[in-house]
Design a protein around this ligand. Structure first.
Ligand code: GLC
Length: 415
């Protein structure tokens, strides 16, 4: 039965990605090619969406996976910064500016904020699926290094190995309840959000200046898990040994997650907020994300699984892995305007955590989660997210990164 379901869903995923594909030239002639997350709501290129799209594309059309990652890199600056959103079709006008963190109110091509930085991780996976272009893995090493050097230099001012976000959208988890105690009235769904964007703009989006001047910033667990995984990928792409710079940086970040973010009482990993680095004790899937780090002590990983992921009061749900623990007072399973990370199950949480479940021997549970998502997609299509209690599809239709399901259903394509 699962095999037959995969056979039906794989072509549907490919069809969805093809329908969302966009290519053309920016007005200065720069060529672009990427998958838009969903029309009409999300027409631009988003950093983490593009990485997830490329990971899914590599099952069907590695050339498109490569083109999407190259386009993302092309949107970056020479100093290594890569934006959260890129407006390839036409620059952002005044109507977009209040919602997107653009450097100026008029005419920006992209935002001045980042998004969870997993390009090196995606690059390595796509390179492994590119026997037709063996040079792909090595072609952008200088730019990838510049990007991860930028993150270290600009976003880790206290040098503890954990990078900081200055705006809730920078993780991709925009309205997650874990940001309520950090950003308060400036949270994603509150009116002060516009002021948060505006005051960053007035400081020229200088990360150091913002972090020094304002207390609303956070060392985010999910962001740092993807950062550590990506540093490891970069190190492998570079062919570094154990003493290599990026391996050592990855180890430092992993150590900091354990030493500074791990909460002994609950077994969860909490973000550290503001200059005094207060732990934010809200249980969201981000608090489980270190499960994806192979080097994490085994007992910490098993605790995350048995006490959280498989607990019916917390994350063991009808469909997928909920973005917030069911028992959290902020948990909301359904659709609410501008609120989507307060309970619904997204495909990327399963994509990150299910391989770790398999690796630790929880095969039946891993299969149950994948099956529940496959059933939801079969019935509801590729939706932005799903109600974890019923499987109902919610948010945008034809959503690109829900095709990550193929990576859970099919073994990695041959390299
Ligand atoms: C929403 C999501 C974010 C995603 C974007 C584009 O803002 O919260 O994670 O990157 O849409 O799909």
């Amino acid at each position: 039965m699962p095999e037959r379901r995969s056979a039906r869903l794989l072509p549907r995923a490919e069809q969805q990605l093809r329908a969302n594909w966009r290519e053309g030239r920016y007005r200065d002639g720069t060529p672009y090619a990427f998958t838009c997350p969903a029309t009409p709501r999300y027409r631009h290129q988003w950093y983490w969406d593009s990485c997830f799209h490329a990971i899914a594309w590599r099952h069907f059309d590695p050339a498109r996976a490569r083109a999407e990652l190259r386009t993302l890199l092309r949107a970056g600056r020479l100093d290594g910064f890569i934006p959260h959103t890129v407006f390839w079709d036409r620059p952002a006008l005044w109507r977009r500016a209040p919602f997107y963190a653009t450097p100026s109110l008029f005419g920006s091509m992209s935002t001045a904020t980042i998004q969870t930085p997993l390009i090196a991780l995606a690059w390595e996976l796509v390179a492994a699926a590119s026997p037709d272009e063996p040079g792909f893995g090595a072609e952008a090493l200088t730019q990838l290094r510049l990007h991860y050097d930028w993150l270290e230099r600009e976003r880790d001012p206290d040098g503890d190995g954990l990078i900081t976000i200055i705006h809730p959208d920078e993780s991709g988890l925009d309205d997650s309840p874990k940001y309520d105690p950090v950003f308060g009235w400036m949270s994603h769904h509150r009116p002060g959000y516009f002021w948060l964007v505006e005051r960053c703009r007035r400081l020229g989006f200088s990360s150091h200046a913002i972090i020094e001047r304002y207390p609303e910033h956070v060392e985010d667990v999910l962001v740092n898990v993807f950062y550590a995984l990506s540093l490891r990928s970069l190190s492998r792409l570079l062919g570094e040994g154990a003493q290599g710079v990026y391996t050592q940086r990855a180890e430092r970040t992993e150590r900091a997650l354990v030493e500074r973010c791990h909460d002994e009482r609950t077994g969860l990993f909490f973000d550290l907020a503001g200059p005094e680095e207060r732990p934010v004790a809200v249980s969201t899937w981000s608090a489980l994300a270190p499960l994806a780090l192979p080097g994490l002590p085994a007992e910490l990983r098993h605790r995350l699984v048995t006490e959280h992921l498989l607990d019916r009061r917390r994350y063991r749900a009808h469909t997928g892995i909920p973005s917030v623990a069911l028992e959290e007072p902020a948990f909301r399973p359904g659709w609410e305007v501008f609120r989507c990370w307060r309970g619904p199950s997204w495909m990327n949480s399963a994509w990150l955590l299910v391989p770790a479940l398999r690796e630790l021997g929880y095969d039946d549970e891993a299969a149950r989660i994948v099956e529940s998502l496959a059933r939801a997609v079969e019935r509801e299509g590729f939706r932005e997210y799903y109600n974890p209690l019923t499987g109902e599809g919610l948010g945008a239709r034809g959503f690109g990164f829900s095709t990550l399901l193929v990576d859970l259903l099919a073994p990695a394509p041959a390299g």
